[in-house]
Design a protein around this ligand. Structure first.
Ligand SMILES: Nc1ncnc2c1ncn2[C@@H]1O[C@H](COP(=O)(O)OP(=O)(O)OP(=O)(O)O)[C@@H](O)[C@H]1O
Ligand SMILES: [Mg+2]
Length: 631
């Protein structure tokens, strides 16, 4: 007697269901995807008891005719592909012809459908497979009740109603995010949870991820050949403690992909603290032939044919968008606008003319004039207090203020200025900045506050800068650039002597070459004493012993080979932190202005290396609100 026997169809389907139907949320996903594949413009979803009791998805798609209705519940029956070639180019969500069969094997399932042009609707019950006439205007209704009613072992693995509902809501959110063009209604236990009309992407994203996310996000839209990356990615200030707001879609399909996640993390690596997570909604579109979607039972993983190229593209597109600092964007129209925000990074400094062509090389004359007048007048007022050797020194003579703006002095400017200020000498009064629509995005320094903040005036109003954080970022970015080549070094006239423990001495000797490549020439002087003969020129003013000790700490537990590559940025961050101006060091106005100019020219200048903001804007409207002006 043979011991091998064929499994029944029901059992086969129940086994298959183990892979496809993990919980109510997986049923919901399959039904929603089927509706979208059928070309639906609106989906009406009803859940009861977390989807365990009932999941009902109604759509207004193409519907099914009588023969198809019976086949839809069969395993390996699909209308979506017919050949291997189709599979390799598949553009629909479904293609296996497996979902409905699997669902019908583990829940009480019925389908009511009306094909376009059909005289009436039909209904099939999975239990008896009888097709009977039914009432339905158009589209399809799939009703799935009592999940796992016939497989009690699986039923035991279901979690509480609220947990199962939360999973369903996740699935709903992912699909609704991917398809803003489709209207969705989600009700749970008779209560409406989401009512989403068809919309454009920003509106849909705002509805599901929050207005504050959209307000704090960079819009991404990049393409390279047939590759396109679009969506929204949060700026570091909006980072989160968890990964719960991260959505990546490939050709409209939500995926969890290591390669893509890695590319995103890498794009944020420089601007986000390690234990903070960005929020994003990103869509990668590519030729379906370039991605294999048939690698995971729930199709949540994909495999790219050219994975390296995809990684590079996603990383660069995202990093570029994030690096474009708000300071650089402040003058551009529509850039990073957050209406209604009281205090916002770069938010409220839009130039009235929409853009600042080529600033700072060729500033628009009209706008600059007003800014210069303000700056010049101010410097005229305080200039006497400044040390005479300070570069960019301001003068009471307002005819040469352009040195401050980094622009060529022009006689036209001087003449107009004099005309505008007939007294010529009364420069203690700030010129009105009416019509001042441009000038440097971060404006001109006014003063230093408690040795920590720089106050500056730009076209939009008041700018506040955390000077240490800003300087740290600037140094970090500069160090990254110079250390790629041969960094300029500053030889110390008298070597700095650093007292070290035995372990650090050993590390210093071991890593002497690495340190030299970074601009530090070190040599042991005697037991426990290290001489530092040179430092990178950028860090000429840094406190050497402290800096060296921290660097050696960074180097300590890591093999030399790793240091140069993986931990390099960490070392640079340590260097930048020590090299940056300390709080309570008083800066001159020219020093502050040069810091502002450096910020404008630095990528990612909006955040320090730890992801904290470096500056913020208080625009005139906000200030007016404080004082109820114009009310
Ligand atoms: N809402 C719907 N409207 C119209 N046709 C549908 C709908 N749902 C399912 N169908 C039809 O039933 C077939 C079987 O659906 P099923 O979900 O089992 O498989 P599939 O979508 O083809 O592939 P997959 O198993 O990958 O989801 C589909 O190919 C489609 O023709
Ligand atoms: Mg399907």
């Amino acid at each position: 007697m043979s011991v091998i026997h064929r499994l029944s169809d029901l059992l086969i389907n129940q086994i298959a269901a183990g892979e496809v139907v993990e919980r109510p949320a997986s049923v919901l996903k399959e039904l929603m995807e089927n509706a979208l594949d059928a070309g639906a413009a609106a989906l009406d979803i009803q859940l009861d008891q977390g989807g365990v009791r009932r999941i009902r998805v109604a759509d207004d798609g193409c519907g099914m005719a009588a023969d198809d209705l019976a086949l839809a519940l069969e395993r390996h029956a699909t209308s979506k592909i017919a050949s291997l070639d189709d599979l390799e180019h598949v553009a629909t969500m479904g293609f296996r012809g497996e979902a409905l069969a699997a669902i019908a094997a583990v829940a009480r399932t019925s389908i009511t459908s009306r094909a376009r042009g059909a005289a009436h609707a039909l209904r099939i019950d999975a239990a008896d497979r009888c097709v009977v006439p039914a009432a339905l205007n158009h589209g399809t209704v799939v009703d799935v009740a009592d999940l796992y009613f016939n497989t009690p072992a699986r039923r035991k693995f279901l979690k509480s109603e609220s947990t199962e509902f939360a999973h369903c809501a996740d699935v709903f959110t992912r699909i609704a995010l991917a398809r803003p063009d489709v209207a969705f209604l989600l009700t749970h236990n008779g209560r409406v949870v989401h009512r989403l009309p068809a919309a454009d992407a920003p509106r849909r994203v705002a509805a599901l991820m929050g207005d504050d996310f959209i307000g704090e996000a960079r819009a991404i839209d990049a393409d390279a050949g047939a590759l396109r990356l679009s969506g929204f990615a949060s700026l570091p200030a909006y980072s989160r403690a968890s990964r719960d707001a991260q959505y990546f879609f490939v050709n409209g399909r939500f995926v969890r992909d290591k390669l893509l996640t890695h590319a995103v993390r890498q794009a944020y690596a420089d601007i986000l603290h390690g234990n903070r997570h960005p929020a994003y909604m990103l869509t990668l579109d590519l030729d379906p032939a370039g991605v294999d979607v048939n690698v995971h039972p729930a199709k949540i993983e994909v495999r790219f044919r050219e994975s390296r190229a995809i990684h590079q593209f996603v990383f660069h597109a995202l990093a570029r968008a994030l690096a474009e600092s708000g300071a650089a964007m402040a003058g551009r129209s529509g850039a990073h606008v957050r209406p209604g925000d009281a205090v916002g990074t770069a938010a409220s400094a839009p130039a009235a003319d929409g853009h600042v062509p080529g600033w700072p090389q060729r500033p628009p004359r009209q706008g600059l004039l007003a800014m210069e007048a303000a700056a010049g007048a101010y410097y005229g007022f305080v200039g006497k207090a400044l040390p005479t050797d300070a570069p960019g020194q301001a003068r009471a003579d307002a005819s040469r203020p352009s040195a401050l703006a980094g622009a060529e002095p022009s006689s036209e400017t001087a003449t107009s200025l004099l005309q505008r200020d007939p007294s010529g000498t009364d420069s203690s009064r700030l010129q009105p900045v009416e019509g001042a629509v441009s000038g440097p995005p971060l404006g001109f320094a006014l003063a230093q506050l408690h040795g920590i903040y720089i106050l500056a005036q730009n076209a939009a109003g008041l700018v506040l800068v955390d000077m240490h954080a800003a300087h740290e970022r600037i140094l970090y970015e500069k160090l990254k650039t110079v250390l790629d080549g041969h960094p300029a070094v500053q030889r110390l006239l008298i070597p700095a002597v650093v007292a070290l423990g035995a372990q650090d001495m050993a590390v210093a000797e071991e890593c002497a070459e690495t340190l030299a490549a970074m601009g530090f020439e070190v040599a042991p002087l005697g037991p426990g004493e290290l001489a530092v003969r040179s430092v990178p020129a950028l860090l000429a003013n840094a406190p050497v012993p402290e800096l060296i000790r921290h660097l050696l700490e960074d180097l300590r537990d890591h093999p030399v080979s790793e240091v140069v590559t993986a931990r390099r940025n960490e070392l640079l961050a340590t260097m930048a932190c020590h090299g940056a101006v300390r709080a309570h060091r008083s800066l001159t106005i020219p020093e502050m202005n040069s810091l502002l100019r450096d910020m404008e020219a630095t990528e990612r200048a909006d955040q320090c290396n730890h992801g904290r903001p470096t500056w913020t804007q208080l625009d005139m409207a906000t200030l007016d609100r404080f004082f109820m002006r114009g009310k």
